[in-house]
Design a protein around this ligand. Structure first.
Ligand code: ADP
Ligand code: MG
Length: 684
């Protein structure tokens, strides 16, 4: 007997090949299949009479097949299937191309539905490749609001509808984990009804009720989780860091720049937080180059003055080293008490120690600030009195890594994570409810705007000539490409072929580097280091280059296949350049000629605010596609709409109210669902 846990391979028509493909879109069990929601609908619910059809209308007709046959097109390239369908009012022709099996699926005499847009003109109308289906009590492809799913190669909407229809009644087995009182207070539909309805809604009204229930769940669980964490933190003890006003002012006065208002505000929020006895759990969110490091350093400075250690984790060796060097430059810190740990280095001050000695010194409190990569969380790691943990680009670390770091620290240190992924406010509320958030919106004043141009194909050569001049002038260039697969059918430029082209044909005399996700991290680090040091003039890479490396000498960012990336992500690429006194440029190439995608890319040419670009992404592409969200620990948003904050705040207050009025442990199903949601405890 089929249950929600049965693998999809137990379904009729699902063999090895299809189940492999379904796996690619995350569908392994019947439950996965049922929770694979459509992302939109074709409205084929209106039934029309053939005689009354007009070209251009979207409609369903119900009729009898008079004739159906396959033929070859005159040039023999295409197989054409033609059918004549008749109802009481008249008849109409339907044609399909290269799907000869249709003439076996439906036969003369069959009663069928055809759904689609009527083609033709005033004098002659027909259906071009309509959806078709034999009339039954449960149409899945026609004569209704028809679900449209996101697909992978080799899986069609029709197949998915067939499979989901076959198991739709198993939705009855879904346990509704939301407590009755909550459901009635929030006027929510039942879960099994909602899931059934999201696939095959009876009408628009039921569809919106189903959407509301499923969206509520997506928003409610993160809020419930966040509230639990907030309550847990309130009961924990963290060191009280007293603000050292004089010394902090001195530190700031010694910087070679003036802090922006946003930096001051963020620093003040953090310093206020760590002055309290409960652990801070804060996200510092600011565009690339907005100057998060100095803000974190101000907090670290105060922690050190209060006699506690600071642990500062960065995602790559280069970044860790960069932070180490930056902190050494700032006069407030005691250089001899700054430590750096990576795979290859164990530095305290200027001394490179053995791993063993390093950790025993750290344990003895010989270092005040310990900066490092994952090497910070190896088994030997042992700290003395950690008051503050800072994690840079936190989405790059897994849950477990943060967990370990936390366990290695003394109880309840303050926690600050830095992220350059601009997160719109509604989304931040929904996804990071457990974190307090500080935002740096403005960039330092003297920063020049990166001149951004969409380069049409016929101007490509000019762009190369321009790049050549920049390199001749001593600058360096980034080239970012979307995928590494050479056999990419969609014609997306791969890094490998791009590298070959630039290296062999365009710039044969220049030293060109290559970075992609399949390289070992030591190889990546080496290429980045060569680029940093100027030994490589032009660096071709996939999106891996995005994370915070500072190469001020780079003045051109060239992005291939840009339509593949989100705006916020493109903006982050752009942030790799324009970090010095040199005027910098971002050249955007697109493989798509579609107006829509060009219009989207055009937003980059006149908008330089990562937060508004992220907001636009959210509206255009949905939460899942926004860069970093998947990795940042929460990918649970499939259906919730972030342009409408009402449901978000409703979910928030429902979670608060629930925890005030009830005990979670009295609701095992709710508890179970919460535990299975895959949350990241941002603190741990
Ligand atoms: P991010 O937020 O991307 O981590 P960084 O902290 O690396 O940015 O800062 C980028 C650069 O800007 C650094 O060289 C830093 O010293 C400099 N910087 C930071 N704040 C200011 C400021 N207020 N005015 C001028 N330069 C600044
Ligand atoms: Mg940074």
């Amino acid at each position: 007997m089929l249950t929600l846990n049965s693998p999809v391979s137990e379904l009729e028509r699902v063999g090895r090949v299809l189940s492999g493909k379904l796996k690619k879109i995350g569908i392994e069990t019947i439950e996965d299949l049922i929770f694979y929601y459509p992302f939109r609908y074709e409205d084929y619910s209106r039934l029309g009479l053939i005689a009354e059809l007009r070209a251009g209308e979207v409609v369903t007709i119900r009729g009898r097949v008079n004739l159906i046959k396959n033929s070859r097109s005159p040039r023999k390239r295409k197989n054409i299937t033609e059918a004549i369908v008749e109802d009481d009012s008249g008849q109409i022709k339907a044609v399909w191309f290269n799907q000869p099996w249709i003439a076996r699926n439906i036969r003369a005499g069959d009663e069928i539905y055809l759904s689609g847009k009527v083609a033709g003109d005033l004098f002659n109308i027909y259906f071009n490749s309509p959806n078709y289906e034999r009339v039954s009590t449960f149409a899945a492809n026609t004569a209704r609001l028809v679900p449209v799913y996101s697909l992978t190669e080799g899986v069609t909407n029709k197949q998915l509808r067939f499979l989901i229809k076959a198991v739709i009644n198993l939705t009855d087995q879904i346990v509704d984990y939301l407590p009755e009182p909550l459901k009635s207070a929030e006027k929510l539909a039942d879960l099994n009804w909602a899931v059934k309805t999201i696939h095959f809604p009876a009408d628009k009204d039921s569809l919106s009720k189903a959407k509301r229930r499923l969206s509520f769940d997506e928003l409610f669980f993160p809020q419930l989780w966040a509230q639990l964490i907030r309550r847990k933190l309130k009961n924990k003890q963290a060191p009280i860091i007293r603000f050292q006003q004089k010394k902090t002012q001195q530190f700031i006065a010694n910087l070679s720049f003036t802090l922006t208002e946003d930096q001051k505000k963020a620093a003040w929020q953090i310093i206020t937080d760590i002055g309290k006895p409960e652990p801070m759990n804060r996200l510092l969110n600011g565009d690339v180059g907005s100057g998060k490091t100095v803000v974190a350093a101000l907090a670290a400075f105060n922690v050190v003055l209060n006699g506690y250690q600071v642990v500062f984790m960065a995602p790559t060796e280069i970044l860790a080293r960069q932070h180490f060097l930056t902190l050494r430059r700032w006069s407030g810190f005691n250089k001899s008490k700054l430590a750096l740990i990576t795979r290859s280095q164990h530095l305290i001050g200027d001394n490179n120690l053995t791993k063993k000695n390093f950790w025993s010194e750290i344990k003895n409190g010989r270092a005040e600030i310990i900066i490092g990569t994952h090497a910070l969380i190896q088994p030997e790691a042992d700290f003395s009195r950690v008051g503050l943990v800072v994690v840079d680009e936190q989405h790059r670390f897994g849950v477990q890594q943060r967990q370990v770091l936390k366990e290695k620290s003394t109880s309840g240190p303050h926690f600050l994570s830095l992220s350059a992924t601009p997160i719109p406010r509604t989304l931040a509320l929904a996804a990071y409810g457990d974190l307090d958030i500080s935002v740096i919106r403005q960039l330092p004043k003297e920063r020049k705007k990166v001149i951004t141009k969409i380069v049409p194909p016929d101007k490509r050569q000019l762009a190369y000539e321009f790049i050549r001049k920049q390199i001749d002038g001593g600058r360096q260039v980034f080239v970012v490409c979307p995928l590494i697969d050479l056999s990419d059918r969609l014609g997306v430029r791969s890094v490998n072929s791009e590298f070959e082209k630039l290296d062999k044909e365009i710039f044969p005399d220049l030293s060109i580097g290559l970075i992609h996700g399949r390289l070992k991290s030591s190889e990546k680090d080496r290429a980045m280091a060569d680029f940093s040091a100027g030994r490589i003039k032009l660096l071709v890479s996939t999106a891996v280059v995005e994370v915070g490396v500072d190469v001020p000498n780079a003045s051109v960012m060239m992005i291939e296949g840009a339509e593949r990336f989100g705006l916020a992500q493109l903006h982050q690429f752009r942030g790799r350049v324009g970090r010095s006194q040199y005027q910098s440029y971002c050249f955007i190439f697109s493989d798509s000629a579609s107006q829509e995608s060009l219009a989207r890319l055009n937003m980059l040419t006149n908008c330089y605010d990562g937060f508004s670009l992220a907001q636009k992404d959210l509206a255009l592409r949905g939460a899942g596609k926004i860069y970093g969200l998947e990795q940042s620990g929460f990918s649970g948003f499939k259906i919730a709409d972030f342009s409408d904050p009402v449901l978000i705040s409703q979910a928030r207050s429902a979670a608060q109210k629930f925890l005030n009025d009830y005990k979670l442990k009295d609701f095992p199903a709710l508890n179970w669902r919460l535990a299975n949601y895959g949350f990241v405890d941002h603190l741990e």
